[in-house]
Design a protein around this ligand. Structure first.
Ligand code: FES
Ligand code: FES
Length: 166
C-alpha cells in the first residue's frame, strides 16, 4: 500500500511521518510517536480512553485516520503538564480528590475535562457529568472525578473549592 506523508503538531512539537492511509490516529500516537498515554479500551468507539484534543475539540482518536489530521494541532495527556514539569490543575485535582483507581480511563478523562473547562470554566455538576459522558470509568463510580473537575475549575479561576452537598 502506498504511504502518505503527514505533518501536524503534537504537544507543541512539529511531527512529520510516512503512514499507511488506513492507520488510525490512536495507533499513530502510540506506536509511531510512543505517546502511550491515550489508551485503547474498546473497539466500539464507546470508552473514550483514547481521547485527545484536536484543534480545540475532544476527539476519540480510535475513530479517526491519521490522514484526516493533516496540519492539525493535537494535545495528548503527555502535553497537559506545564513545560516546567508542573502538573496541570486537573492532574493535581485528580490526585487530590482520589479520582482514579486503576488509572486506565484517566488520561482520556483528563484530556476531555481539559477541553470542558476551556469551554465552560465554571461548570455545574450536571454539566460536568454531561461533559464527560463520552468517557467511561469502570472503577470510581464517577463521583470523585466530578469532584476533581470542580476542584480544578476552582483552582484555575482562583476560587476556593467548596464540597457540594450530597
Ligand atoms: S478506544 Fe474506546 S473509544 Fe476509542
Ligand atoms: S480508574 Fe479504572 S477505569 Fe477509571
Amino acid at each position: 500500500m502506498s504511504k502518505l506523508q503527514v505533518s501536524m503538531k503534537v504537544n507543541g512539537k512539529p511531527v512529520e511521518a510516512l503512514v499507511e492511509p488506513r492507520m488510525l490516529l490512536i495507533h499513530f500516537l502510540r506506536e509511531q510517536l510512543n505517546l502511550t498515554g491515550p489508551h485503547i479500551g474498546c473497539d466500539t468507539s464507546h470508552c473514550g480512553a483514547c481521547t485527545v484534543d484536536l484543534d480545540g475539540k475532544s476527539v476519540k482518536s480510535c475513530t479517526m485516520f491519521v490522514a484526516q489530521v493533516q496540519g492539525a494541532e493535537i494535545l495528548t495527556i503527555e502535553g497537559v503538564a506545564g513545560a516546567d514539569g508542573n502538573l496541570h490543575a486537573l492532574q493535581d485535582a485528580f490526585r487530590e480528590m482520589h479520582a482514579l483507581q486503576c488509572g486506565f480511563c484517566t488520561p482520556g478523562m483528563i484530556v476531555r475535562a481539559y477541553r470542558l473547562l476551556k469551554e465552560n470554566p465554571n461548570p455545574t455538576e450536571e454539566e460536568i457529568r454531561i461533559g464527560i459522558s463520552g468517557n467511561l470509568c469502570r472503577c470510581t463510580g464517577y463521583q470523585n472525578i466530578v469532584k476533581a473537575v470542580r476542584y480544578a475549575a476552582a483552582t484555575l479561576s482562583g476560587a476556593t473549592y467548596q464540597e457540594a452537598a450530597e
